[in-house]
Design a protein around this ligand. Structure first.
Ligand code: BDR
Ligand code: CA
Length: 311
């Protein structure tokens, strides 16, 4: 199984991404979960990460708290999408499991140094603050990373928090810039992909029909989270952004994209946090990321439902 660290700001879609990983031990070995401020403040994201591990029946998973604010900016949150707790929808008990001692950034650094080179994949599902801080503190880790598979950015779909920026990149563009320049292999799941992974009514019914606490909780989460996108974009259901990352680790053939250059806008007020993706390869700049463009959505939901049934 592939060893990963999930860096996350749960978030209902983060929660589903974590559940999918924890349900797939044959393909994915979750070394730890590192929480970051994003959808809601850190005090809630670290707690939500533990709630999700307990929901999965995996209270032994290591969960670390990380950075509580972006590198150079004030935190922007997304309660308008995820609700006050970040995990609105189902009623889940407060976690009994404790946080693991130590800072998330140190866990990331120590793990990459301790494991054989090229055997640990980072899976960022929120703002890139923890990852960039680790890369800045310990530049030697960059060459030890197997791959960074992240949810963030957009090209043809442009923005969801401003007209040109996707939330995770917008919240900490300086961090994103560091990550995209670090030299490790990067795979990106942008809105172009995730806005095709929509929880339509039949897909939501399929979660509920599992009849398990996990199935029902995921149905309730996506019911809640769905309201925002339905009202705002008239879409058919909630986009399951972050689970695209963990699904890619299990079935990469569900996704197609291009190896291209992606740069992050950090200066312009108008387009701050934009992922300038050279899809047509017109810039002459070196490719630094595989930027996905399409998903087999039916295949993705079949995989997700089948795996959630295992928990
Ligand atoms: C991203 O922002 C968050 O609201 C979601 O959890 C996802 O990671 C989508 O733009
Ligand atoms: Ca997220």
């Amino acid at each position: 199984a592939r060893k990963i660290i999930i860096d996350t700001d749960p978030g209902q879609d983060d929660a589903v991404a974590i559940l999918l990983a924890l349900a797939s031990p044959e393909e994915i070995d979750v070394l730890g979960i590192t929480a970051v401020a994003g959808n809601v403040p850190l005090s809630l994201t670290q707690k939500n990460a533990r709630i999700v591990c307990e929901l999965a029946g995996k209270p032994d998973t290591k969960v670390f708290a990380g950075c509580d604010a972006p590198i150079a900016r004030k935190l922007v949150t997304a309660e308008h999408v995820h609700g006050k707790t970040g995990l609105d929808g189902p009623t889940l008990p407060d976690p009994e499991m404790e946080l693991t001692d130590g800072h998330a950034v140190d866990f990331i650094i120590d793990t990459l140094r301790a494991e054989p080179e090229g055997t640990v994949t980072l899976c960022p599902l929120g703002p890139l603050t923890n990852i960039a801080t680790a890369l800045t503190k310990a530049p030697d880790i960059a060459s030890r990373i197997q791959e960074i598979v992240l949810m963030g950015g957009a090209y043809f779909e442009v923005g969801n928090i401003t007209p040109t920026a996707e939330f995770n990149i917008y919240v900490d563009p300086e961090a994103a810039k560091i990550v995209f320049a670090c030299g490790a292999p990067i795979t990106v799941m942008p809105l172009d992909v995730t806005h095709k992974a929509l929880v339509t009514k039949p897909r939501n019914d399929a979660f509920r029909a599992l009849g398990t606490p996990v199935g029902v909780a995921v149905a309730e989460m996506t019911d809640f989270f769905e309201r925002f996108d339905k009202e705002k974009y008239g879409s058919q259901g909630a986009p399951l952004h972050d689970p695209c990352v963990t699904a890619y680790l299990i079935k990469p053939e569900l996704f197609t994209g291009r190896h291209i250059n992606v740069e992050i806008e950090t200066c312009s007020d108008l387009t701050l946090g934009m992922t300038v993706a050279d899809w047509w390869r017109v810039s002459g700049r070196e490719p630094n990321a595989t930027f996905m463009g399409d998903i087999d959505a039916d295949g993705f939901f079949d995989l997700l439902t089948e795996r959630l049934a295992r928990l």
